[in-house]
Write a protein that binds this ligand. Sequence first.
Ligand code: PRT
Ligand code: ZN
Length: 226
Amino acid sequence: QVAVRDRLRIAIQKNGRLSQPARALLGSCGLTWRESPDHLFCHGESAPIDLLLVRDDDIPGLLESGLCDLGIVGRNVLSEYNERASSTCGQVQPSELRGLGFGGCRLSLAIPQAWTWQGAGQLQGKRIATSYPGLLARWLADAGVDAEVVELSGSVEIAPRLGQADAGCDLVSSGATLSANQLKPVEDILYSEAVLAGRSNSLPPVLRDLADTLVRRLDGVLRIRD
Ligand code: PRT
Ligand code: ZN
């Protein structure tokens, strides 16, 4: 267990698609910060609410361990983390508190353009490359299909061309990356956007009050944006 803090700590992506929109959203809630010279930490000035700037993949773990109280992360990353964690018994898993309306994309199954899609059964015995093995394995199990999941940390869309896999399962927004690699999306496994994640029910009272106040302000900002 970590030492009790009296300042709320929010983990957001340091560099990437969600960094600027996440900071802008929190800024709209009236928060201001002083950023450390190494750009890893932002000390809250207008409220005792600090930011930790990290890789997005680290955010669910920081929440689960209690090192951070809230996080802004893609639903894809949070769901994959919880999918894998559910097989081991653990602490309180971080959960989605709010959808934030930016960073929208789909986790889609993609097959070579030359194939005619005939449904999940077509994947029986095939190799599918993905960075989301937990979510893909769950989808395959639900579909009753036995396929080999090839876990890659990136460049999933070139795996079929390289002969490393027969199909892929990756994030898609415009679809341009898939078509540039002669692939086409055929099934959506998850609809994603940036989410506010946390384990607010297990926060100590001072932090819970700060988190509740912030979430109320966030709801106000999100209502106006709609
Ligand atoms: O360094 P760090 O680990 O923090 O960053 P990262 O490289 O893992 O993440 P980043 O910044 O690329 O994405 C952060 C989050 O943005 C993702 O987890 C998603 O929730 C969300 N997001 C939204 C996307 C996309 N849209 C998206 N298009 N993440 C990735 N992509 C990829 C996609 O996989 C494809 O390869 O962008 C490429 C272009 O997409 P098309 O379909 O428009 O061609
Ligand atoms: Zn990442």
